[in-house]
Design a protein around this ligand. Structure first.
Ligand code: NAD
Length: 519
C-alpha cells in the first residue's frame, strides 16, 4: 500500500546542517570532475572515438566531463537494442515497473544534494533552483508510479453489458525517442524517462548537448535499480544528427521532446512523414517555448506583484519556459510597480553559484546563449527604455554572466515582447486598463504560463476564462509548477499541451485496448 502522493518539500537552507550537507555534496561532485563517459546501448558501453565536452558556464575552461558521441548509425544501434528489449519489457507487470521508479525515487531522495550539486556546476543553477529541480525529479517518479498503477487496467470505467465482460487496458506504444532540453537537466529527463518506462515502453534517451553529466547521473540511477539491458539506452551527440535520426527512424514509435519552438516544429514535421517499412503513425509529445506574462492591475497587492515579477523573470537567469519575460502593468500603477521591480532586481546577487547560497543568479548556459541574449538586449535599446542591466559582467574566468536586464515602455508588437529570449531580460509594458492588459498578454503565438495580480473578483474570473495559457496563476508568480498540483503544458506554439505531472500525462505513452468477452 503506497502512501498518497504529495510533493517533496524544498530543502530548508536556513538550517546550517543543510547548508553544510550541500557544500559537502559540491565537494564530492568536484572530485568527479574530468571523467570520461561512454554511451550505453543494450547495457554495453559504446564509444566512437569522438567526444563532446561539458563545461562549467561559470568558468568555461573547467571541463566537467568528456562524453562519447555518436551519429545516425549509433541511433540505429540504440533503437535496435530498445526494440529487442521491448519484446520483454512490455509484458513486465505494471506493479514491477512502478517499483523501479519508487526505488529510484528513494535513492535520489537519499542522494538529493549530489544531483543538485552537479546542476550547480553544469548549468549554473543557484542552490535553491537546483534543489527544486531535484525535488521535481523525485516527484515525477513518485507520481507516475502511482498513476501507472491507477490507469493500466481501467476496465472498471466501462459500462456493464451482460453477458459480456469488458476490459480496457492501456498498453505501451513501443520504442520512444526521449529528447529533452538542458534547463531542468534532472527533472525533465527523469520525468520523461519515468513516464515512458512505467507504461512499458523502451527508450533511446539523448540528453541536450549542455547537460550530459546530470543526464548520465539520472540514467545511472535507473540502471542501479537493475533495469534490464536495452530498456533505457543512453546516447549522445548533436541534436540535428543523432536526435534527427532518432526521430526519423521507422522503428521509433513516439517522440517525447522538450525544447525550442523551432526544433519542436521540425520534429513534428519529420515525425509525420511515414518512412519505408514504418507500421504506425508516430506520436509526438512536444513541449516548447513560452513568452509568459505577469499582469498587474490597479487593485493588486503591488509589493507582492513586484516580487512575483522579479521571481518569474529572473529565477534561473530567465532560462525557464515558464519565465515571466513580460510584465504588463496598468497605467495607474505602472510607475510604482516598475520602480519596485527595478529595486528588487538590482538587489539580486550574480555570481558562480558554487560560491554559496547567497548567489541568486548564476551564469547563462553557454556562449551561444550570451550571443543570443546580448543581441536581444541590443535590439531592446531600440525597442524600449533600458532601465537596468544591459552589459555582460566580466569575470577573470570568463563566466557567462548577464545581470538582470529590464526594458520599460516596450510596445506589445516589439520583438523583445514577442520572441522567447531565454535569458534574464524583462520587457515591461504599459496597459491602458485591465482589458487592454489581457489583450496584450494573449497577443503572442505562445500560450504556456501566465499570472494575474488583482483583487477584483470579476477580473479574476474573466482571466480564468480568457487568459489563454496552459498554466494560469492568480496572485503568485508564473514559474514553479509542482508535480501533481499544477499539471504543466502550454497552448499554441508552446507545444502539444501534454500536461506533465498531471493525471492524463501517462496516456500519451500508451494506446488503449478494449476487450469484450461473451461469457
Ligand atoms: P533546443 O530546441 O535547442 O534543444 C532541445 C533538444 O532537441 C536537445 O536535446 C537538442 O539536442 C535536440 N535537437 C536539436 N535539434 C534537433 C533535431 N533536428 N532533431 C532532434 N533533436 C534535436 O532547446 P534547448 O535550448 O535545449 O531548450 C530551451 C528551450 O526549451 C526553450 O525554448 C524552452 O522554453 C523550452 N522548454 C520548454 C519546456 C516546456 O515544458 N514547455 C520546458 C523546458 C524548456
Amino acid at each position: 500500500m503506497l502512501r498518497p502522493y504529495s510533493p517533496e518539500a524544498p530543502t530548508d537552507f536556513s538550517r546550517l546542517e543543510n547548508q553544510s550537507a550541500f557544500s559537502a555534496a559540491l565537494d564530492r561532485a568536484k572530485a568527479e570532475i574530468g571523467r570520461t563517459y561512454p554511451m550505453i546501448i543494450g547495457g554495453r558501453a559504446v564509444s566512437t572515438g569522438e567526444t563532446m565536452l561539458t563545461i562549467n558556464p561559470s568558468r568555461p575552461a573547467e571541463v566537467l566531463g568528456q562524453f562519447a558521441i555518436g551519429g545516425a548509425d549509433t541511433a540505429d544501434q540504440a533503437i535496435k537494442a530498445a526494440s529487442a528489449a521491448f519484446a520483454v519489457w512490455q509484458h513486465v507487470p505494471v506493479e514491477e515497473r512502478a517499483r523501479y521508479l519508487l526505488r529510484a525515487a528513494a535513492e535520489m531522495r537519499r542522494r538529493r544534494h549530489e544531483f543538485s550539486a552537479i546542476m550547480v556546476l553544469e548549468v549554473g543553477k543557484s542552490w535553491v533552483e537546483a534543489d527544486a529541480d531535484t525535488a521535481e525529479a523525485i516527484d515525477f517518479m513518485e507520481y507516475y508510479a502511482r498513476q501507472a498503477l491507477r490507469i493500466t487496467d481501467s476496465s472498471h470505467l466501462l459500462a456493464v453489458n451482460p453477458p459480456e465482460q469488458g476490459g480496457l487496458y492501456y498498453i505501451p506504444l513501443g520504442v520512444g525517442a526521449i529528447i529533452p532540453s538542458w534547463n531542468f537537466p534532472c527533472a525533465i529527463p527523469t520525468g520523461m524517462i519515468a513516464a515512458a518506462l512505467v507504461t512499458g515502453n523502451t527508450l533511446v534517451f539523448k540528453p541536450a548537448e549542455q547537460s550530459p553529466w546530470t543526464a548520465w547521473k539520472v540514467c545511472e540511477l535507473f540502471w542501479n535499480q537493475g533495469l534490464p539491458d536495452g530498456v533505457l539506452n543512453f546516447v549522445f551527440g548533436r541534436g540535428e544528427i543523432i536526435g534527427a535520426r532518432m526521430v526519423a527512424h521507422p522503428e521509433t514509435r513516439f517522440i517525447s521532446f522538450t525544447g525550442s519552438k523551432a526544433v519542436g516544429i521540425q520534429i513534428y514535421e519529420q515525425a509525420a512523414k511515414v518512412q519505408p517499412g514504418q507500421r504506425w503513425l508516430k506520436r509526438a509529445i512536444l513541449e516548447m517555448g513560452g513568452k509568459d506574462a505577469v499582469v498587474v492591475d490597479e487593485t493588486a497587492d503591488l509589493e507582492a506583484a513586484a516580487q512575483g515579477i522579479v521571481a518569474s523573470a529572473f529565477g534561473f537567469q530567465g532560462q525557464k519556459c515558464s519565465a515571466g519575460s513580460r510584465a504588463i502593468i496598468v497605467d495607474q500603477v505602472y510607475d510604482q510597480v516598475t520602480r519596485r521591480v527595478i529595486d528588487l532586481a538590482r538587489a539580486l546577487t550574480v555570481g558562480a553559484p558554487d560560491a554559496g547560497l547567497h548567489i541568486d543568479l548564476g551564469p547563462v548556459v553557454d556562449s551561444e546563449a550570451v550571443s543570443r541574449i546580448m543581441s536581444y538586449i541590443e535590439l531592446g535599446t531600440q525597442e524600449g527604455t533600458l532601465l537596468l542591466g544591459g552589459e555582460p559582467i566580466a569575470t577573470p574566468e570568463g563566466g557567462y554572466f548577464i545581470p538582470p536586464t529590464i526594458f520599460g515602455d516596450v510596445a506589445p508588437e516589439a520583438r523583445i515582447a514577442q520572441e522567447e529570449i531565454f535569458g534574464p531580460v524583462l520587457a515591461v509594458m504599459r496597459a491602458r486598463d485591465f482589458d487592454h492588459a489581457l489583450d496584450v498578454a494573449n497577443g503572442t503565438e505562445y500560450g504556456l504560463t501566465g499570472a494575474l495580480y488583482s483583487q477584483n473578483r470579476a477580473r479574476l474570473e474573466r482571466a480564468r476564462r480568457a487568459f489563454h495559457v496552459g498554466n494560469l496563476y492568480f496572485n503568485r508568480k508564473c514559474t514553479g509548477a509542482l508535480v501533481g498540483v499544477h499539471p504543466f503544458g502550454g497552448f499554441n506554439m508552446s507545444g502539444t499541451d501534454s500536461k506533465a505531472g498531471g493525471p492524463d500525462y501517462l496516456l500519451l505513452f500508451t494506446q488503449a485496448k478494449t476487450v469484450a468477452e461473451k461469457l
